[in-house]
Design a protein around this ligand. Structure first.
Ligand code: GLN
Length: 484
């Protein structure tokens, strides 16, 4: 097998005929078949992927290829790909075929990426463990007794199991960063509005973001370069110049000031996770970075505000799955009311129903002011906390999750415990800022530990640069030790 560390290197290997793209795709397909019990994929496109491989190999050889030429990519099954099933992990969309292609997937295809298949996820992206899918739970490839995280658990597992070079996920409250942490991967949630949501099935529209999982910071930067940018089909898309993330990554970054929010290192953080993060902080200090302690006092409200607002938005967004406009229709229903009731009762899962009901309650007359309006006001305060912190520092460094992966079934009967596991990730979505998971080691059980970097609005380049320094520090400190 030919080893490569980045897409850029892979393209070089194809160009110099050291790597056959068709063989490479075939080896990914073989791994998908061999590890089917992980349940990471909802659909695989072997024929399309193989024929794309031979076509793109020619383009690479003739020098006419795109930025992601030959990158094998698996995509979370909440993004539309024309002519392919789009299930969103739900029974209600079991027979739904996408009518058009999401801007994000189209951009990958236009840059000569190879879409190998769709990945499993929590139903409508609601969950933190990938146990809420109509296709069944996804298992963590590091240890199949453990969850891969969620809701983009299938994407994380697919990459960790070596089914692809890059996986695409979505993050509404942590669904890229937390599974990246549980599976030992880099995973980026971009600034809200930087990457198009056109063709993404809405969960909570003012929170949803699309982003990549990769094995290196370089590949995250390259993929973001392709995904970012204005899209007239997304009314919330930002109209601004996209920086050159790939080149920008090469410049020095130790003049950046890193903030440590006290509230993120308080009680409840697993000691092994804390220890691993402190080690990285020490390495960055040695490399010349300045650290500053900061406060984000509204952190304790984040989970409540996040779940109130996302459930409200979800109850509205999911009204379209009624058996008429979208979704399976119950064959037993004999009148209109029954059609709505039975189609939704029979085809939606327990977590989705819980959120629709709570969201409807939150938005109902008499409760709207007490819950929805109040939560919107606190959302503003959370954003202001970050604005204040970012007036003093460039990047915030925190844990991604309070603990490493938990066992399948461990939290699935306790929704509140599951919601609380999102403590460090939801704030970034409330504030609209970018966040990335950097894998930094393993705990005593061999499960990956992740560190989160949060940036200013559109400050992706800063977190990518610090992320690169962290990823390289392990290697550097090793070299340093060896030469002493
Ligand atoms: N775990 C969070 C939730 O259940 C986040 C989900 C997401 O980011 N899609 O809502």
């Amino acid at each position: 097998m030919v080893i490569y560390n980045s897409i850029a290197q892979k393209i070089e290997l194809v160009k110099t005929r050291q790597l056959s793209l068709t063989e490479n795709v075939q080896s990914f397909l073989n791994k998908i078949t061999a590890s089917a019990e992980l349940n990471a994929m909802t659909e695989v496109f072997p024929d399309e992927a193989l024929s794309a491989a031979s076509r793109i190999e020619q383009k690479i050889l003739s020098g006419t290829h795109g930025k992601l030429a030959g990158a094998v990519i698996a995509v979370k099954d909440v993004l539309s790909l024309e002519g392919k099933k789009l299930t969103c992990g739900s029974k209600i969309l079991d027979n739904f075929t996408a009518l058009y292609t999401a801007t994000t997937i189209q951009k990958l295809i236009d840059e000569d990426a190879i879409i190998i298949g769709k990945t499993n996820c929590d139903e409508f992206a609601m969950g933190s463990s990938n146990e809420n899918s109509a296709h069944g739970p996804v298992k963590n490839p590091i240890n199949p007794e453990y969850v891969p995280g969620g809701s983009s658990g299938g994407s994380a597992a697919a990459l960790a199991a070596d089914f692809c070079d890059i996986a695409i996920g979505t993050d509404t409250g942590g669904s890229i960063r937390q599974p990246a942490s549980f599976c030992g991967l880099f995973g980026l949630k971009p600034t809200y509005s930087l990457v198009s949501r056109y063709g993404l099935t809405a969960f909570a529209s003012s929170f949803d973001s699309v982003g990549p999982f990769a094995n290196s910071i370089e590949d995250i930067a390259l993929c973001l370069q392709v995904l970012a940018g204005f899209d007239e089909r997304d009314s919330t898309s930002a109209q601004r110049e996209t920086p050159d993330y790939v080149t920008g990554l090469q410049s020095q970054s130790n003049s950046l000031v890193i903030g440590l929010p006290e509230e993120y290192f308080a009680e409840g953080l697993n000691e092994e996770v804390r220890g691993a993060i402190e080690e990285k902080i020490a390495q960055l200090k040695n490399a010349g970075y300045t650290f500053k302690s900061v406060n984000l006092p509204m952190t304790k409200e984040a989970i409540a505000v996040y779940y109130i607002l996302t459930m409200a938005e979800a109850s509205s967004n999911l009204a379209r799955y009624d058996g008429a406009r979208y979704g399976e229709r119950s064959p037993e229903a004999v009148n209109l009311d029954e059609m709505y009731q039975m189609s939704r009762s029979e085809n939606l899962g327990a977590e989705v129903k819980r959120r629709i009901m709570l969201g409807t309650y939150i938005l109902s007359a008499g409760y709207y002011d007490a819950y929805y309006k109040k939560a919107q006001q606190v959302r503003r305060l959370i954003k202001e906390d970050f604005e204040k912190a970012f007036s003093e520092v460039d990047v915030l460094l925190t844990p991604t999750s309070p603990f490493t992966a938990f066992k399948l079934g461990e939290k699935s009967s306790d929704p509140l415990a599951m919601y609380l596991s999102d403590i460090y990730t939801t704030s970034a979505n409330l504030a609209g800022i970018p966040g990335i998971n950097i894998p930094i080691g393993k705990d005593a059980k061999g499960l990956p530990i992740g560190l989160q970097l949060l940036g200013k609005e559109f400050g992706e380049l800063d977190i990518l640069k610090v992320g690169k320094a962290i990823a390289e520090s392990a290697v550097e400190s090793l070299t340093f030790g060896d030469t002493q």
